[in-house]
Design a protein around this ligand. Sequence first.
Ligand code: MN
Ligand code: MN
Length: 312
Amino acid sequence: MHEPTDALAAPRFTGIRTFARLPHLPEIDGADAAIFGMPWDGGTSFRSGARFGPEAIRSASALLRPYNPAQRQMVFGHLSCVDAGDAPTVPGYIEETLTRIEAYAAGIIAQGAVPIGLGGDHSVALAELRAVAKQHGPVAYVQVDAHHDLWDSYNGKPYNHGTFAKRAIEEGLIDPARSFQGGQRGSLYGPEDYEVAAELGIELVPWLDLRSWTPEHFGEHIRDRVGDAPLFLSFDIDFVDPGLCPGTGTPEIGGPTGEQALDLVRALRGVNLVGADVVEVAPQYDSPGQHTALMAANVVYELLTLLAIAKA
Ligand code: MN
Ligand code: MN
């Protein structure tokens, strides 16, 4: 059982930073879940900086404790977790970077752990999905995000944090009929921007609609759509209102509070989670209290809780 250093024995501000003060074990060593970083922002279309996201999330995560009262679930100590370190990236070379991240994630999966990625701009999800689909076939995919990331290209190029989800569908990595995107908002290039989701067969529920769903309805809806298929969940931190989470590259005003966002993740009890990530944390734009990184750390904690519940 791999678990965090006990904060009642050694204060949580001591020690070398890993996620939640877990052991740094790139070899995984039998863990149920492996958190790993993807320090990369070469796929951003506006503000860069997400290459420092994993580091910021790890720092903020030092505050996490083993028991999650919202789900009445022991997390650490019940679920064996490690920090598997960072995937290698190659500044300036997005296709090579995606290849290296895919190999790193595949190594985690091959050792039997569920990979939980810390981004990094959202383009890294394409690499994770390639690794997950190689193991499981086309997976169910749930993305909460202020953007759908289904655009065809930027500046005539195919790989970017705003295009990866379309690439994932084209590559057959996800099953659109079992997939869902929610939370989209902000200005668009035109009305066809949202119509492309239906054309690709993926369900898209913008925030203007999603905001009136209860967490219970959201959970039931996702379980209906996904069934027992292997699920990859991608949480873009810009889903949360930038008033709370300003530390991100393409903020869109008017999103959920942190509480609303956490409740939606918690409502996903019972899904068959085989991989997940929290992306787009750019700490340079965060507030002095690092709210954005703290929110990201807590979303990862809720994802680990879902895995802990599934193991119970
Ligand atoms: Mn995104
Ligand atoms: Mn986004």
